[in-house]
Design a protein around this ligand. Structure first.
Ligand code: T1G
Length: 699
């Protein structure tokens, strides 16, 4: 008898209920329980039809992702679903919540589908580096047609119950009690002697499919899903749905699903799925700690950052008071906010009335006193310690007790800022990334004295404004910039050693980065990057470190904004510039740096392992709680592809022994200033553990 699947007779209807909190994941126990109950359901002559329903918050939300790293156990899902579909008695799937992945596939194997209007259904396996592996690529197109099915499976985006009804995926929307509605639907099928409809027996309608449809789909993926493993295999499955008999196409789907599941890409993407949930858990802060109520947010500064930050709160319906030193700057800021919204309205992505609703939540202010009622104040003023300390001195005077005082600094010492106030426990860092209304990453910087409820309130607020928040400690550059600087340092050094900038960037791009390191610096601004570097008081006393960065700035080559930086620009397109090559050659000579052929492997290893080694130090110092926090920072804020998982899991998958060996090789060649292996890296190699295991053991 299963403790996660139950069976009940209601007249001549068999009610099969799955109860496997929290999301009714289709685990082995559920599959086994279903299999056993199907024996009973099929054998009972008194049962004419059945419903499949779930207890709790949602219909099956997918296969149990925690099982993918273990050998699959029979009965596996495709087999269970074929048995349901083969039933001579109709089975009605009753959907509520989010019927996703294997859950939606289970519903598609049933003969009829009903749902609450609030339900949604989708196949998000692509987000895990997978593809629907239980018939979804074959059954869905038999209902919706190939284009809609391919779009749903490649995007991973769910459809609403209403959309499902309109496309024939859902037969009936149930008002009121789902169970009663589903039983009534099943009873009606019996009374009407309705046929047992099996999607696998339908043919896919390809009559209006363009001849080059799949070729076009593949071409589109080359741009939109560059480097990902599963999307091309999804296209292959849909092509098989259009061209092959169901059984043969289903076999192909299973084979390609297993290829995806075994890929390092999927291992990384499944890791990130759990990582993005783990980072919300702060070991020394209870989950149920009372939060401060944030009803009104003050923002100091109406520049690009200040207005970008404001938009996040206005989007969440939280009133904003924005302070600037003069009316003109304030009006410019408000105009920038309105224009951002207007652009969305013009693109049809925002209703005009919503624009006005959001703008109505925004208030302008010219005096600090206007912030007296704010529950949270965020400063987004010039990145200078003196200025920030002046601001916090004023905030300390005008803000109400219990107000949270946050700095948006990207690298300065939050403790030093907190120290000018009488309430350091209310001070925290909220490091938004530009453009602040677009970038999802938010580094929440916990000061030495920051109160636990201030941390918890900030983490909860981040979720409200749809940010991926990572809790970090105080050091120069926190986690992101601190680990990113070595990556840029190595790129800049390799220029001096004779590697062309376009080759460095192409190798990083081909590895998967959204942009090469030097193009990133050109985009954000050579001066911006260099100024941040100058704030790093204990930066390496090495004349060669970031030398090209400094030289380019001296020459006014500030990157894209001056059409010349590490590259020259034709519009936004970076082009190799002989001036930079000559500059590098001359500077190398002046500094006595040997130039030599550097292989592709060394370029990639120096770029990535310099980050891994710094990441190990960040873990040792407790600046990041776990290696997955560092990985989420880099995959959500620094252009590292999700199929790489982040620098730390990438190193785990390469093998820390290999990383250590390479690190020692570069120490022997370049000295121990940058390449002394972090003690944690050496320790883990000695112990045969990974960063991931170290982080889990620490929790
Ligand atoms: N397997 C295992 N655990 C899961 C899970 C799953 N599929 N989905 C969620 N959890 C855990 C999650 O880790 C968290 O645990 C808790 O449930 C609440 O989740 C064969 C191969 C359903 C929209 O990709 O999108 O089916 O932290 O915090 O914000 O073709 O969870 O509490 O310990 O996210 O309300 C396809 C993944 C799988 C859906 C709910 N399905 N899940 O969001 O809660 S592959 C998915 C979600 C598959 C088949 C293929 C969301 C949610 P803990 P949560 P939420």
């Amino acid at each position: 008898m299963s403790d996660v699947v139950s069976f009940e007779r209601v007249g001549n209807i068999g009610v099969i209920t799955i109860d496997n909190p929290p999301v009714n994941a289709m685990s082995f126990a559920v599959r086994k329980g279903l299999w056993e109950i199907l024996d009973e359901f099929l054998a009972d002559p008194g049962i004419a039809a059945g419903i499949l329903i779930c207890a709790g918050r949602t219909f099956i939300a997918g296969a149990d992702i925690t099982e993918f790293d273990k050998p699959p156990e029979d009965p596996w899902l495709p087999k269970v679903l074929l048995r349901i579909e083969a039933s001579p008695k109709p089975v009605v799937a009753a959907l509520h919540g989010t019927a996703l992945g294997g859950g939606f596939e289970t519903a598609l194997a049933c003969h009829y589908r009903c749902a609450l209007n609030s339900a949604s259904m989708g196949l998000p396996e692509v987000n895990l580096g997978l593809l629907p592996g239980a018939g979804g690529t074959q059954r869905l197109p038999r209902l919706t047609g190939i284009p809609k099915a391919l779009e749903m499976i490649l995007s991973g985006k769910p459809m609403t119950a209403a959309e499902g009804k309109a496309s024939g995926v859902i037969d009936e929307i149930i008002e009121g009690d789902l169970r009663a509605g589903a039983i009534a639907a099943a009873r009606k099928l019996v009374e009407q002697k309705a046929p047992v409809r099996r999607l696998s027996e339908l043919r896919v309608n390809t009559s209006d499919l363009p001849a080059d449809f799949f070729q076009q789909a593949r071409a589109k993926l080359a741009k939109e899903a560059r480097g990902f493993f599963s999307p091309l295999r999804i296209v292959e499955c849909l092509e098989a749905a259009a061209q092959k008999p169901f059984p043969e196409a289903l076999e192909l789907e299973t084979r390609l699903f297993n290829e995806c599941k075994a890929s390092p890409h999927s291992r990384a993407q499944r890791y990130l799925f759990f990582a993005e949930r783990t980072i919300t858990k702060i070991p020394d802060i209870p989950k149920d700690i009372p939060l401060r109520d944030i009803k009104q947010v003050g923002i100091i500064g109406a520049g690009t950052m200040g207005t970008g930050i404001a938009i996040n709160f206005l989007n969440a319906g939280i009133p904003v008071i924005q302070l600037e030193m003069n009316e003109e700057a304030l009006d410019r800021g408000v105009a920038r906010i309105r224009k951002t919204y207007q652009d969305y309205v013009d693109k049809g992505r925002l209703k005009a009335e919503v624009l006005e609703q959001r703008m109505a939540l925004h208030t302008k202010a010219l005096a600090y006193e206007a912030l007296a009622g704010a529950d949270l104040v965020i400063e987004a003023v010039f990145e200078d310690m003196k200025v920030k300390r002046e601001v916090f001195t004023r905030l300390d005077q005008v803000c109400k007790p219990g107000a949270i005082l946050a700095t948006n600094t990207s690298s300065l010492d939050v403790d030093a800022i907190a120290a000018v106030t009488r309430r350091p426990e209310d001070v925290i860092g909220l490091h938004f990334f530009a453009p602040a209304n677009i970038m999802v990453l938010l580094e929440i910087v916990r000061g030495a004295k920051t109160a636990k409820d201030v941390v918890a309130t900030s983490m909860a607020l981040a979720k409200r404004i749809k940010k991926t928040a990572v809790l970090v400690g105080v050091c120069f550059g926190f986690v992101g910039n601190r680990v990113y600087f070595p990556y840029i340092r190595e790129a800049d050094l390799m220029l001096l050693e004779g590697v062309a900038p376009e080759r460095i960037d192409k190798l990083a791009y081909d590895w998967g980065m959204a942009m090469g390191p030097l193009s990133v610096v050109d985009l954000s601004g050579i001066d911006v990057f260099h100024s941040a570097l100058m704030e790093w008081k204990d930066r390496p006393a090495d004349p060669a470190a970031f030398r090209m960065l400094g030289l380019l700035r001296e020459q006014g080559r500030l990157g894209q904004k001056t059409s010349a930086g590490y590259f020259k620009y034709d519009g936004r397109k970076p082009l190799p510039d002989p001036v930079v090559a000559d500059l590098a050659r001359q500077e190398a000579q002046r500094l006595g740096i040997a130039r030599r052929e550097i292989g592709d492997t060394e370029v990639i290893e120096r770029l990535l392992y310099s980050m891994v080694n710094e990441g190990a130090r960040v873990l040792e110092e407790g600046i990041a709680l776990r290696s997955c926090d560092i990985d989420v920072v880099f995959t959500s804020g620094y252009g590292m592809p999700r199929y790489r998982g982040g620098p730390m899991i990438y190193a785990d998958m390469i093998g820390l022994g290999n990383v250590l060996e390479a690190t020692r090789k570069y120490r022997d060649r370049y000295g121990d200033r940058y390449w002394t292996p972090a003690p944690l890296l050496e320790q883990l190699v000695r112990e045969g553990r990974t960063f991931e295991q170290w982080s889990q053991d620490k929790a």
